[in-house]
Structure formats: structure tokens, C-alpha cells
Design a binder for this molecule. Structure first.
Ligand SMILES: C[S@@+](CC[C@H](N)C(=O)[O-])C[C@H]1O[C@@H](n2cnc3c(N)ncnc32)[C@H](O)[C@@H]1O
Length: 306
């Protein structure tokens, strides 16, 4: 049975939801036409209507949209908000909007496809000078020491029932993994690896940085999170220690832990496709990990066991 726990926990995430409320009050002007991509329960569309929007188009691909119009009616705002079921890539709206709102920021910033959704909306839904909430998203990265997370993926590299299952190990190491990073896990000063203000339509976001280890440690991979300027006066981040329970952080693992000493300089590269579905990373002269190598398909399993 659907309990809508996912939506309840987002609504009760005080920092997340009040930050979006503040940003919407900053950006939406009375009379604006607004489009909300990924409207869920419709909460941000309700905020836009409260800010004075004359019309809000709330687009959502999950079944929660079926009840969202009743929620709008309960709050006396059903006249203003039109709910549209489907992926934003596959639906239309009947007029051009002044403001786009989308809370499709992922744990690592770009993994929920926000760049692709906004690029498509700019082409089809928005006036040329439309504003976007969030106005900017940056992906922040650091080398991290996370032995427990690493053990969870390393388990396939050890024999089980005296048999060798290591082909699965290769697959799980090509994943962007969710974790809850403590500040103690951070091995290098966090740096922005890439970001966007959504004014262009990049196919990939890519960054190459050189960082300095701040302590002697074993590095298990790269930690990823976001910081976002939702509006000029409203910022939000899921940097560790995390204050926004709607988000965790990302972990891009290495094949083997790397020993570093305080002061060591290490170069790493990270890329995310606009769709958020594919990630690539490389630390030092190690191999390039590609998440599509980690998606299990029969063809890949057959290759893996050859
Ligand atoms: C993180 S939730 C946010 C929900 C709501 N806006 C809120 O703030 O509570 C993101 C929602 O976006 C929806 N979504 C993501 N991408 C979408 C797209 N391209 N088109 C329609 N819905 C999308 C998901 O199904 C999910 O319900």
C-alpha cells in the first residue's frame, strides 16, 4: 500500500521545504505563469500560487499527481494550478512560463536529471528571460575515507562457498553509491568540480581538480554532494554533516583503497551526463570508472563470466 512516506519526509524536511518557500517568494512575481517539474504532492506549486502566480502548471510522472489536485482544492488553490500527468519531456503546456521551479536536485546534485529537464523546458516551456529555481547548482567533491561503505562493495571480491564471484565485484565498483558521510570521512578540502546556472544546455558536466590531502588516510573514493543557490538570497547544501534529511551524499568508489599522506597532491576527474544516469570518474592515474559498466544486463553478465 502506498504510504507516500517519501513525500511526507520531504515535506517535514524543514530546511529543504522552507528554503524552497523562501526562494519562490523571492522569485515569483504576482501575475507570473509558473511551471513546476516534478511537483509530487504539489507543495511548490501551492507556494507559487501563494506568491501570486496567475497560473501554475504542475507536472509529475508518478501516480501521486492523481491526488495532488484534491490537495490544491483543499487549500483553496485549485483554480490557479493545472496538474499534468507524465514526464516533462513528453507533455506540453499551453503557454510560455515566466518561472520554472524544479526540486529534482539529486544527492550528488545532478543525478536526478535536472540538467536535462531544465534544458528541455527552456526550449519548449519558457519565455526567453524566464527565471529558474534553483538558479544554480554546483557539485562539490572530496576524497573520502569510508571503510564501511567500501567493505559493502568489496564483499564480492572474496570467495563465497569456496567459489569466485569477482565478476560481480567489477560491476558494483562502477556505481554512484548513496551514503551518509560524516565530516571525519573527508580527506581533502571539498572543491566544486562542476556546476551550472542552467543558461546553457551541456550534454555532460565535467571537472578536473587537484586537491591536497589534509591528513594521513586510506582513500576509498570520491564523496559528492551539492550546493545550490535556489534564488539570490537562498542557499542550500547537503554537505556533511547533513542538515537536510531528504538527501544523502554520493560515493564514487575506487577499485582499491589508496594510501595518502597529509600534503599529498592528488588529481581527480568527475563527469555527469545531463540525464544524471551516467557518471565517469578517475583518481590519479587509476582507471576511468563508468556507471553504465555497472548496470546489469544479460549481455554484460555473459561477458563477465567468459
Ligand atoms: C524530489 S521530489 C520533489 C517533489 C515535490 N516537488 C516537493 O518538493 O516535495 C521529485 C519529484 O519529481 C518527479 N520527477 C522527476 N523528474 C521528472 C520529470 N522529468 N517529469 C515529471 N516528474 C518528474 C519525481 O517523480 C518526484 O515525484
Amino acid at each position: 500500500m502506498a504510504t507516500f512516506d517519501f513525500h511526507h519526509s520531504m515535506l517535514t524536511d524543514e530546511v529543504r521545504t522552507s528554503s524552497f518557500l523562501r526562494a519562490i517568494m523571492e522569485v515569483v512575481e504576482p501575475g507570473d505563469v509558473v511551471v513546476d517539474i516534478g511537483s509530487g504532492t504539489g507543495v511548490l506549486s501551492l507556494f507559487a500560487a501563494m506568491a501570486g502566480a496567475s497560473r501554475v502548471y504542475a507536472i509529475e510522472r508518478e501516480p501521486v499527481i492523481e491526488i495532488a489536485s484534491e490537495i490544491a482544492a483543499r487549500n483553496g488553490l485549485s483554480e490557479t494550478i493545472a496538474f499534468i500527468a507524465g514526464s516533462s519531456l513528453e507533455v506540453d503546456i499551453p503557454e510560455q512560463a515566466d518561472v520554472l521551479i524544479t526540486e529534482t536536485i539529486g544527492n550528488a546534485g545532478f543525478d536526478e536529471g535536472i540538467v536535462a529537464w531544465v534544458a528541455d523546458a527552456r526550449r519548449r516551456f519558457l519565455k526567453h528571460d524566464a527565471l529558474v529555481v534553483p538558479g544554480r547548482v554546483d557539485a562539490v567533491a572530496s576524497l573520502i575515507c569510508v571503510p564501511t561503505d567500501f567493505m559493502a562493495i568489496d564483499k564480492w571480491s572474496r570467495p563465497l562457498q569456496t567459489l569466485d564471484f569477482t565478476p560481480l565485484s567489477r560491476i558494483v565498483r562502477n556505481n554512484l553509491i548513496w551514503t551518509d558521510l560524516s565530516p571525519a570521512a573527508i580527506v581533502s578540502e571539498p572543491v566544486v568540480v562542476f556546476g551550472t546556472d542552467f543558461s546553457s544546455e551541456p550534454k555532460w558536466l565535467t571537472g578536473s581538480v587537484r586537491v591536497e590531502a589534509i591528513k594521513d588516510a586510506l582513500v576509498h573514493g570520491i564523496g559528492m554532494w551539492f550546493r545550490s543557490s535556489l534564488a539570490p538570497n537562498t542557499q542550500i547544501t547537503n554537505a556533511p554533516p547533513n542538515t537536510v534529511p531528504s538527501w544523502e551524499q554520493g560515493f564514487l568508489p575506487l577499485d582499491e583503497p589508496m594510501v595518502v599522506a597529509a600534503g599529498d597532491q592528488i588529481r581527480f576527474e568527475v563527469s555527469s551526463a545531463a540525464s544524471g544516469a551516467e557518471w565517469r570518474w578517475q583518481v590519479g592515474s587509476g582507471r576511468t570508472h563508468i556507471t553504465s559498466d555497472g548496470q546489469l544486463s544479460m549481455r554484460k553478465v555473459e561477458e563477465a563470466v567468459k
